[in-house]
Design a protein around this ligand. Structure first.
Ligand code: SF4
Ligand code: SF4
Length: 761
């Protein structure tokens, strides 16, 4: 924060004041107009939102439009009447464009809405005071129109230590604040006390130019013993600029692009402070203001308190407008004001002066000449800018240069244009350049927002596509796995072979697989033999018994393999375990059904009994295997394959013991089916071999276990049987063996077995 000597500001001019035209008479009350036009955007920020409808009767002071967001201001009915129109209406702007407005036809009754004055405002919290000011629809009455409640809501980091009250009114012709301070100094000081209650500043400074002695006296008297400081400033234009006044009163300089709050200061116009007083202590919303009616085209210049929305033509008529004399009608003073497009436009909250000038009073500006680089404009600029450079950059639309040269610090005071010997309308160039830059920045902002929305949408679409791809890939893989499992299952079912073994089988699994394959091959061969004998009508009982035993052995071997595949953590996957469990259950169910079928026979013969016995044994083995399988697929390193294999081994041992007991009993009783029982015993021994292989145990010494004392004759007969059987098998392996030779070999084997059987018996 830089400092200049107190009471000084850079630049400034001393134009003719012309204030005496209007400040000699007290403030007049304007007559009630028949029709009021209330624009919705009488302030900086978002325009208010109508909350009344056409045809609705409203009371004086009633809310007719609500604030639209934080930077906005509500609007109230200035008188009682009927809402006759809501839509585009004439608006006091240099463009002459229409603006949205609420039109009220006055009923002449001036019937007030019920007000809520608050005499004891010191009991209110700051937020409550602020809410009153906000709901009263107050914005700055000095010209800019910034929402006052927003201005008073300084962030906590911006502690306001100095409250500055602006009573300078430096522009020629305008005397509204002068008359207000003279006549309503008490309300002014009352409003300052409300502000002190609200923001608790350390100092209050009131600045008034020395060309208003009556106002200075009135305010000083109203201040009384209060710790408010009234500073009288030399008359100089534009001392009323916010930044300039702060500099004049405190020596502090608001930084470029900054706000007074940035340096702990807050500046309010005297009219605004009086409006705050009325809002809090009387409960009155802002529905009227004091404005100066002046200019040589008026026969009775004055200051007048008029309702917001009063057409300016009616006000000027009240002040004795001589339309024949009227050359230009300005809203504001001759330096910062602008020409009004018609007399139909309404008075709004920021209208501080209507200047009806004659041609001799404010003659048209002469044609502009080229800049002679005299530097006078820079001499008078209160913002320490280089107006001629800004003019040069504005002509070339060099926006970056304009921003670099602090175009937006220009307060459009017009001092530069006032002194320019080339009559260049400098301020118009600056306004146009500011509008261009703001429009361009708005476009860039919108384009950036559009770009961000587009990128966010692209990102979202990309994410959705990636998710779809991942889901599609997962579905494809799932289908592929299901197809592979189905194909493996079909292959296994069609060939009777084992399901495809996973990669990396353990040694035990390999042994089980080999044993199961061998058992299947043996079984198929026996079945083939049985089918052949059956076709020839021979006695197949022995062969049937053999097939039954081999089937049991094959089942045991395959179940042991299934169990190993299902439970082995390294080799069996979850689907394999499920498959093994499923197959074991199916096998059990099928055997149970077959057992039930035989059990339900009304007159079973010996063959039926034998088959039933074989099926029961198979069922017992299958149930044993099923019990050895986990009911759920293994989730981790499951029970070792050895458990299932041991179960199968145990079952095989039991089967072998049973066969052996049956054979022994038959031999002792001289039964005829010795051959079949011996074959069953051999099959049981084979199954035991397979089961022991699966367990990794050495093969049992069957010779020793089966060793029986035999004589030489028996041994010779057995040898004969073995030789006959070997011959037969040799012939059977040769596909070209004549049927007669096969028949002879079978007969020899049968004869040898009969001889052996006779020997045993
Ligand atoms: S006062 Fe006018 S002529 Fe002189 S430098 Fe400024 S713009 Fe140019
Ligand atoms: S209008 Fe802008 S550039 Fe000209 S004197 Fe005023 S602040 Fe300076």
């Amino acid at each position: 924060m830089s400092r200049l000597p107190l009471g000084e500001m850079p630049g400034g001019i001393h134009p003719a004041e012309h204030k005496s035209q209007s400040n000699g008479t007290p403030i007049q009350q304007a007559p009630l107009p028949k029709r009021l036009i209330l624009p919705l955007n009488q302030h900086i920020g978002a325009q208010a939102q109508p909350c009344v409808a056409v045809g609705e009767r409203v009371l004086k002071g009633q809310l007719i439009a609500t604030a639209n967001g934080t930077i906005s201001v509500p609007l109230h009915a200035p008188t009682s009447g009927i809402v006759s129109f809501i839509g585009p209406q004439p608006y006091p702007h240099v463009s002459g464009l229409l603006s949205e407005a609420i039109v009220i036809d006055s009923d002449g009754l001036e019937q007030w809405v019920e007000l809520s004055p608050c005499a004891d405002y010191r009991s209110l919290a700051p937020a409550e005071l602020l809410a009153i000011i906000r709901s009263a629809g107050i914005n700055g009455l000095g010209g800019a129109g910034f929402p006052t409640a927003v201005k008073l809501s300084a962030r906590s980091a911006q502690k306001i230590h100095t409250l500055i009250i602006n009573g300078t009114e430096c522009e020629p012709y305008i005397t509204a604040d002068d008359r207000l301070m003279r006549e309503r100094a008490t309300q002014l000081i009352g409003g300052i006390e409300i502000l002190v209650q609200l923001i608790a500043p350390e100092a209050v400074l009131i600045g008034i130019e020395d060309n208003k002695p009556e106002a200075i006296a009135a305010v000083q008297a109203a201040i009384g013993p209060r710790p408010f400081t009234l500073k009288v400033l030399p008359t100089q234009y534009p001392s009323g600029g916010e930044k300039q006044l702060i500099q004049l009163l405190t020596g502090a300089e608001v930084p470029s692009g900054g706000l007074p709050a940035d340096i702990g200061m807050l500046c309010l116009n005297v009219g605004t402070v009086v409006a705050i007083h009325a809002a809090v202590l009387e409960g009155r919303p802002l529905i009227s203001r004091i404005t100066t009616l002046t200019g040589a085209a008026l026969s009775r210049p004055m200051n007048i308190e008029a309702l917001i929305g009063t057409p300016v033509g009616e006000l000027l008529a009240f002040a004795g407008l001589q339309e024949a004399q009227l050359d230009r009608l300005l809203l504001g003073g001759p330096l910062m004001g602008f020409s009004l497009p018609s007399l139909e436009v309404p008075l709004i909250k920021t209208s501080n002066c209507l200047l009806a000038s004659t041609a001799t009073e404010l003659p048209p500006a002469p044609p502009a000449l080229p800049c002679i680089r005299c530097g006078d404009c820079a001499e008078v600029c209160p913002a320490s800018l280089l107006p001629q450079q800004l003019h040069f950059f504005a002509l070339g639309q060099q926006h970056e240069q304009l921003k670099t040269h602090n175009l937006f610090d220009c307060i459009e005071c017009g001092a530069c244009a006032y002194v320019c010997p080339s009559n260049i309308p400098l301020v118009q160039y600056y306004r146009a350049a500011k509008a261009d830059i703001r429009e361009l920045e708005n476009k860039q902002l919108k384009a950036e927002q559009s770009r961000q929305r587009f990128e966010q949408r692209q990102e979202r679409l990309r994410g959705e596509q990636e998710q779809k791809d991942a889901e599609r890939q997962a579905r494809t893989e799932k289908v592929a796995r299901a197809k592979a499992a189905l194909a493996a299952s079909q292959t296994s079912a069609e060939s009777g072979a084992l399901p495809a073994a996973p990669q990396g089988l353990s040694d035990e699994q390999k042994k089980l697989k080999i044993a199961a394959s061998m058992a299947q091959v043996t079984l198929k061969k026996a079945e083939k033999q049985l089918a052949l004998y059956t076709d020839k009508g021979g006695d197949t009982r022995e062969l049937q018994a053999q097939v039954a035993q081999l089937r049991s052995a094959a089942l045991s071997a395959q179940s042991a393999l299934d169990a190993a595949l299902a439970t082995a953590p390294a080799a069996a996957s979850t689907p394999d375990a499920e498959l093994a469990l499923k197959k074991a259950k199916i096998q059990v169910a099928m055997l149970r059904a077959q057992v039930r079928k035989f059990e339900q026979l009304e007159e079973p013969n010996a063959e039926h009994a034998k088959q039933l016995q074989g099926l029961r044994e198979q069922l017992a083995a299958a149930e044993q295997v099923l019990e050895g399988l986990p009911s759920q697929p293994p989730a981790s390193l499951a029970p070792p394959v050895l458990n299932a294999a041991m179960q199968a081994l145990k079952q095989a041992k039991i089967a072998l013991a049973m066969r052996r007991a049956e054979l022994k009993k038959a031999e002792q009783t001289g039964a005829e089916e010795l051959t079949a029982l011996r074959a069953a015993l051999a099959a049981a021994e084979q199954a035991l071999h397979a089961a022991e292989d699966a367990c990794g145990k050495p093969a049992p010494n069957l010779q020793r276990l089966d060793k029986q004392p035999i004589d030489e004759t028996t041994r010779a007969l057995k040898t004969a049987v073995a030789l006959a059987r070997a011959d037969l098998r040799k012939l059977e392996r040769d596909p070209d063996t004549p049927e007669a030779a096969l028949s002879d070999a079978r007969q020899r084997l049968l004869t040898a077995e009969q001889h052996l059987q006779q020997q045993h018996s």
